[in-house]
Ligand binder design. Sequence first.
Ligand SMILES: O=C(O)[C@@H](CO)OP(=O)(O)O
Length: 260
Amino acid sequence: MTSQLIVMRHGESVWTQKSVNRFAGWVDVPLTERGLDQARHAGQLLKESGLLPDLVFTSLLTRSIVTANTVLDLVDRAWIPVERTWRLNERHYGAFQGQTRPAMLERYGQEQFNIYRRSYDVRPPAIETDSPYFQGQDPRYAPAMGDGLDSRNPAEIRAECLKDLLIRLNPFWRSRIAPNLAWGRTVLIVTHGSVVRSLIKVLEDIDDKDIRSINVPNGVPMVYSFGTDEDGNPQVQGPGRYLDQQAANQGMAETAALGR
Ligand SMILES: O=C(O)[C@@H](CO)OP(=O)(O)O
């Protein structure tokens, strides 16, 4: 059985644009017009490649949901089953949420700033629970919305490193995403930069140090092909490939440049 996994980061958000340059994390900021264009371009790329998703996964954040809807409209697949989960949310950026990157760069210096931004296992400082950017009272993280996959409570998370993200993503991958790949489905995941980095790390076996240099472009689909092993588990077949390498290169450079 073979299957395809299409992974992409949402289009540019109002906080990722260079003129604003704020850390977003779990703050629910909308797309820019350019971000919507990137989503339409992504849909066009899927159409041209004949890659038609059978189901879609998004985070609980509007920028991922609107990007996914825009892509699916372009391929006439607004009807496919959708599952949204906090486990595909951006990494929780702790006290950095709502702060500008230049201000944090100035406060911590380039080396420590890079560690907070791209290391595997160093968390940014925790957000205060009285911050307007803390999600504790947000209904999307209420107990009734829980998935029962483990005892993690998303309303209580106050900062995450990439390692934390991988730990919270893993049960969802195993129970919801991997079975669909094993059944030969074309799976679309529309998510965030750190989640795409986590998936790249695992699927391409990148070590903890090398993952620091990987940036993810806004709105460019990347495709992984899967087969199955003798137990029927999905087995990735080589590295991911961006459907528009030129746009990916430009987007990766833009993302890296936000932190200098
Ligand atoms: O703000 C964020 O949540 C992320 C991604 O947009 O930022 P960075 O690229 O600095 O990790």
